[in-house]
Unconditional design. Sequence first.
Length: 339
Amino acid sequence: MSTTLDVSRRAAAQAQPNIALIKYWGKRDLRLNLPVVGSLSITLDTLWTRTEVRFDDALSADTMTLNGKVDAKQLKRTSACLDLLRARAGVTSRAEVISENNFPTGAGLASSASGFAAMIMAGDAALGLKLTPAEQSVLARRCSGSAARSIFGGYVEWAHGQQADGEDSVATPLLEASAWPLSVAVAITSTAEKAIGSTVGMNRTADTSPYQQAWIDSQDADLAEARAAIAARDFERLADISEHSCLKMHALALAAKPGLLYWNAATVAAMHCVRSLRAKGVPVFFTIDAGPQLKAVCLPSAAAAVAAALREVPGVLNVVETGLGGPARLIAVADLAAA
Ligand code: PMV
């Protein structure tokens, strides 16, 4: 009598994007994906990536499907991420990865953060590795820096780290979402994929921007200020330091050669809209990543007014409202099929 081994191992996970309030920009080690600066973020709630990973010895190559379409462009990064899990588990099996985003991919909405956090968590479970959240964060960081933060919910800090092997460049949760619930309105001004990805942008900045050293030198003070604002639940203080960090990151990147301009006209109009709301006493500030979307962060009492004002801004296509969310988590494989 012959026995058939079940060589198929699968699991699914959900992770949400995070938005950095104190920005990460620049790598000190390309292979290990180590940052030149620490960063601090908030994890979102209603935007998500759901990913199923299935390792199967019968497969001859990894496959990646995103939103129902084979994604050849993401396959190299996906395989590199799966290789980290395979190395941990000591297996060579190829995997099928099926992923769904409920928001635009590659347009500055941190789809790589939620995507790789979900993939690491699902792959960990599929292979039975039983990694701790900190270990998952380290592996997610190797795939996409900001993914290190999406393993955790609420307010999260990703440490610069000191070790050459990067094992201490890991994210840690600072405060749960429910301890200081903020609202976020994402003003979508374009659904096109960005022309220059963050790695290319960061490397060009490091090579050519005259402000790179000043950026590195001033980051620890910004992080300390944001930490203190969060500990004191001081919205004005968090607003000031977050807008400063955002504008400083863009100034740094704008000064690269050639300059990196991630904003469009609607992004700038939305910045003015948020500034004028704040001048009228509305508790809101903006932040913008390597793309044209503006994220307005506000106290929940102001959420409806902020979203309504952003909807009136010429060129704003849509406003997505969300709160702060929890950590990445395993989900039933059937939940992904139902998505
Ligand atoms: O880790 P990446 O490649 O998604 O880079 C993220 C860069 C920013 O979004 C601009 C800043 C940040 O800290 O998330």
